[in-house]
Design a protein around this ligand. Sequence first.
Ligand SMILES: NC(=O)c1ccc[n+]([C@@H]2O[C@H](COP(=O)([O-])OP(=O)(O)OC[C@H]3O[C@@H](n4cnc5c(N)ncnc54)[C@H](OP(=O)(O)O)[C@@H]3O)[C@@H](O)[C@H]2O)c1
Length: 235
Amino acid sequence: MAQRPSIPPRPYVLLSAAMSIDGYLDDASAERLLLSNAADFDRVDELRAGCDAILVGSTTLRRDNPRLLVNDPARRAARTLGGQSAYPLKVTLSASGELPADLRFWHTGDAKVAYTTDTAAPVLRSALTGVPQTDVVGLGDTVRLGALLDDLGRRGVRRLMVEGGGSVHTQFLAEGLADEVQLAVAPLLVGQAAAPRFVNPADFPGGSTRRLRLLEARTVGDVVLLRYAPKESTR
Ligand SMILES: NC(=O)c1ccc[n+]([C@@H]2O[C@H](COP(=O)([O-])OP(=O)(O)OC[C@H]3O[C@@H](n4cnc5c(N)ncnc54)[C@H](OP(=O)(O)O)[C@@H]3O)[C@@H](O)[C@H]2O)c1
């Protein structure tokens, strides 16, 4: 009997965000709002070091121009000792394919992959010619998160950290694809309707009455870390 090829598992998906008390990821100004404190940034660095890949949406790349690295040299050394790359794979997704080649995302760390549509893929690939260790993948007419996770699974990614923004977090939660949420609630009130929220309006599984299982609540200086298991409900 012919053997069916085994399908690699999708990664464990961990959503990570810092938000204000009133649920915002940022304010509406051009400058990025720093929500966390130093201890919490270090917690996020440790979380990154424990993941195979880090994903962010394109608006975050264009607005904040982040590097998305593991900053602690000891954590990078531990990764390489364990046979991993020093830095996790960096992942983004874009329907427009409009990702400038001079973003820090492309020129720092190790490997990168951008998921886009079949139409935008050749244009983005050409725009990124010469950018090292970068793969552009067309996933069809639209970028479905399930297909993206399947591809990451095939690349050996077992643990994926999703670092926003709100549009990306919303889709992972609405599609029931997030295994864990880590929310750092900072003692700030943004109060600006135009600022991005942790999640946008959506049909979340189970609706507004479903209670997610709380895994942990602890303080990190003046920030409160909340961990939830969104696939598990308590009622
Ligand atoms: N506090 C925090 O922890 C934190 C973390 C990250 C970001 N942020 C903030 O979040 C804000 C940005 O959030 P955002 O919600 O506006 O944007 P976002 O989630 O960062 O990116 C949205 C963009 O990603 C691409 N995208 C998302 N889903 C897609 C899909 N299914 N298929 C194809 N492309 C897809 C699209 O790019 P194209 O437009 O190229 O098609 C879309 O416009 C920024 O202000 C940033 O500072 C805060």
